[in-house]
Design a protein around this ligand. Structure first.
Ligand code: GLP
Length: 248
């Protein structure tokens, strides 16, 4: 999509948003690049400046762009956006930002489920489940520490997978035929402890965002319970909200 269409089914600010998102994904616009001004965009796409402003503002709110007073709007370098409305994995989130995701597996083993994990996975405490600890990086910069607990028939086969070079969600979907449908996720603010600070290369006591996620398959069976710690100053969780009367 390179132009906006007046009679298209989608509002024109939305079309421009998608065009700009694509420019980031295709790396035509790289982190740190100054994007064209509202005037330039409105001339190029034959839209009003207000429409161009709306598209830019939404991408600023999503964390893809940032504004610098008197200088203009730039493609974000550090803040990675995780869309709370879509169930995506780390690899997808980082690629969508035009960055290179990598993973260091800290441990991968079958472990007995503790009480909280068992409750979320709806299994008995002590049942053996696959437990994966990973350090996640974007463009070689540490971003998050994650502990994923997985339970499904044959989950021990994950012990043989190359989880350093493969996305867990892609493996589950493509190799194991599991359909990930939805998730519940809680967010909490916190501080990075000493051990994690070292792994994330941060001063200890830095701000952190904690998430707890339970992922369900199409039969409403919980398959993953994961706890993640994201570097607070590098991550944005984006969610779009609608007033209730508009939903009915
Ligand atoms: C996010 C979630 C994790 C999930 C991971 C999968 O980071 N917080 O719960 O395990 O995505 O990512 P990938 O498919 O890149 O392994």
């Amino acid at each position: 999509m390179h132009t906006t269409h007046r009679k298209g089914p989608l509002p024109r600010y939305y079309q421009l948003k998608e065009i700009m998102r694509e420019k980031i994904n295709a790396q035509d616009w790289k982190p740190g690049d100054l994007i064209p001004s509202e005037r330039e965009l409105s001339e190029q796409y034959g839209i009003s400046r207000m429409t161009a402003r709306q598209a830019i503002t939404e991408l600023v709110n999503e964390g893809l762009f940032y504004r610098e007073q008197g200088k203009g709007t730039f493609v974000s370098r550090h803040k990675i956006t995780q869309q709370l409305m879509h169930l995506t994995g780390f690899t997808e989130d980082i690629r969508a930002r035009g960055q290179r995701p990598t993973t260091r597996v800290l441990s991968a083993q079958m472990c007995p489920a503790d009480e909280t994990t068992a409750e979320h996975l709806r299994i008995k405490t002590g049942q053996l489940i696959f437990t994966l600890r990973r350090l996640r990086l974007a463009d070689d910069e540490p971003l998050a520490l994650e502990v994923s607990h997985l339970n499904f028939i044959g989950c021990e086969k994950l012990l043989e997978e190359d989880l350093e070079h493969n996305s867990l969600y892609q493996l589950l979907e493509n190799q194991y035929g599991l359909v990930l449908i939805e998730a519940e996720q809680e967010l909490e603010a916190g501080l990075v402890g000493n051990k994690e600070a070292e792994q994330l290369q941060l001063p200890s006591g830095s701000p952190a965002l904690y998430t707890c996620r339970t992922v369900y398959t199409e039969r409403n069976v919980p398959i993953e319970y994961a706890r993640s710690m994201y570097c607070g100053h590098k991550y944005v969780f984006y969610t779009s909200l609608k007033r209730e009367q508009l939903l009915s």
